[in-house]
Write a protein that binds this ligand. Structure first.
Ligand SMILES: [Zn+2]
Ligand SMILES: [Zn+2]
Ligand SMILES: [Zn+2]
Length: 499
């Protein structure tokens, strides 16, 4: 039997009623969309405990409760409406467009028989795993059937299933809107408004609201900011008061019906140029451990520990550049099970340069389910201003060990060998008079020569880190000439100042 053709779409559109009914047993069950209501996202709604019976879950058929954690949008075309939920992963596929080739009699079979649905990503995975297990030289790909009978695991329909033409995403894509907490700790002088966490929350909110126009049960994103200014000269009890405040916020989150699975934590503060410590108040810096336990607070860290968490320190580079401070930072990562922690090394960090990087991270990793390493090229492509300004340091926890990565942007004319070019010749005061030449045999070496008449200033530029040839590093090409070098492990910063 030939595969179903797109012509069948018409048959579905002409059906009476809005689509398949949300009834039936198996996980292939269609789920009813609850669209129509205006979005409502206030702190009160997100954080206050809600009677578990008083939630929109009751609109669903009891048989569909087990799919309430599934992605709310089709992973192939991002459409919503009635969705088929995969039985082996959290992805969903839409009936309206991607499964539009199903005719009414087939939809009825799906709803009345004990069936399950396998998404194209899982089908593809099965093929690849099977070929690997059978030691095949090439992957043996099999036609896609989609729906299976639970009892026999036999395909429900005779012929393979053709997906609608609207699908555009990669096989590994997800629309992961599982509960997410976005939390911003900041000094009063470093505003919450316009900050990276705010932008990221707004950016993700669209996806959380997309399919239904409001937060669905088990698909909530919550934003919370918390100012700190722990100057004990002004108030000797300020640390306790702040601790109590954070404790109350944690209590509200614990008592809410939202079962947070992951968290993005942002810390906006200054860092001490001499010690690398972080400012716990507008006036005073403190050691890293003290900062974690008094500003972020032990209570909060314990609450976050079981979640998949990423921390962004929007603070200046002296923290990254102090080895002892960084080793303290690493022990915090380990102690509180922080999955990812990002720091930036610019002497005076321009926070808004970090925003596109963080936004791309949130989109690729939190929403579309890619691993950080798989998404890194995409994330760094969005981060050229940041690359001109700062190196990025990532600490991640893998099997209990802390891994360190340093990301450095290089560009033959903008950032030769990873160095910024001074605006002005320091000898003749001409503006951008430089002739830059990168060593054709080694892109990590360059020379800078002033072209100003009568000025002979020349300077050799070297990569700001001592990069051993054996050192594990990857290159991510950005545009025609730029690239990010991602160096794994501990790297030594060069002692001598380049310029
Ligand atoms: Zn779709
Ligand atoms: Zn799947
Ligand atoms: Zn000059």
């Amino acid at each position: 039997m030939p595969p179903r053709r797109a012509a069948a779409i018409q048959a579905v559109k002409n059906m009476s009623g809005p689509g398949p009914v949300a009834a039936g047993k198996g996980k292939g069950t269609a789920r009813k969309s609850t669209g129509g209501t205006a979005p409502k996202m206030t702190l009160k709604r997100a954080l206050l405990p809600v009677d578990p019976l008083d939630v929109d879950m009751k609109e669903d058929n009891p048989g569909s409760l087990d799919v309430s954690f599934h992605d709310q949008a089709c992973f192939l075309c991002r459409g919503g409406g009635y969705l088929a939920c995969c039985s082996t992963c959290m992805r969903s596929v839409c009936y309206e467009s991607c499964l539009a080739s199903l005719v009414p009699s087939e939809l009825e079979e799906i709803n009345t028989k004990d069936t399950y649905f396998k998404c194209p990503a899982c089908h593809d995975d099965t093929d690849r795993e099977k070929s690997k297990k059978e030691k095949k030289k090439k992957v043996v790909l099999t036609p896609y059937y989609g729906f299976y009978l639970s009892a026999s695991n036999a395909p429900l329909f005779n012929g393979p299933l053709l997906l609608g033409p609207g699908s555009f995403t990669t096989a590994r894509w997800r629309e992961d809107t599982s509960p997410l907490l976005v939390f911003h700790f900041h000094l009063p002088s470093l505003f919450d408004k316009g900050s990276a966490p705010r932008v990221v929350h707004e950016r993700l909110l669209a996806n959380y609201l997309e399919s239904t126009g409001k937060h669905a049960t088990n698909h909530e994103i919550t934003y919370q900011d918390c100012t700190f200014d722990l100057n004990q000269d002004n108030n000797p009890n300020v640390v306790d008061m702040h601790g109590k405040h954070v404790e109350n916020l944690v209590k509200l989150m614990e008592e809410s019906r939202i079962n947070f699975k992951r968290a993005l934590i942002f810390i906006s503060t200054h860092s001490n140029d001499n010690t690398g410590g972080l400012y716990a108040s507008e006036e005073w810096s403190s050691e890293i451990t003290e900062f974690f336990e008094c500003v972020i607070t032990t209570k909060f860290l314990r609450y976050i520990a079981p979640l998949e968490s990423t921390f962004f320190f929007l603070s200046c580079g002296s923290t990254v550049n102090s080895p002892s401070v960084m080793s303290e930072m690493e022990s915090m990562v380990q102690k509180y099970h922080i999955n990812n922690l990002f720091l930036f090394d610019a002497k005076a960090l321009v926070r808004d340069f970090c925003t596109p990087f963080i936004e791309a991270y949130a989109g690729s990793v939190m929403l579309h389910g890619f691993s950080v390493s798989a998404a890194l090229t995409m994330i760094l492509q969005n981060s050229q201003y940041l690359g001109m300004h700062a190196h990025i340091v990532r600490l991640s926890l893998e099997n209990g060990a802390v891994l360190k990565e340093t990301m450095v942007f290089i560009h033959p004319s903008l950032k030769p060998a990873g160095n910024l070019i001074p605006t002005q010749c320091w000898d003749c005061a001409r503006i951008r008079s430089w002739d830059v030449k990168v060593n054709p045999d080694n892109e990590l070496e360059a020379t800078l020569k002033c072209t100003g008449e009568g000025c002979g200033v020349e300077k050799s530029l070297t990569f700001p880190f001592i990069l051993d040839k054996k050192m594990d590093h990857t290159k991510h090409q950005i545009g025609r000439n730029g690239k990010w070098l991602v160096i794994k492990g501990e790297v030594q910063k060069r002692k001598e100042k380049n310029i």
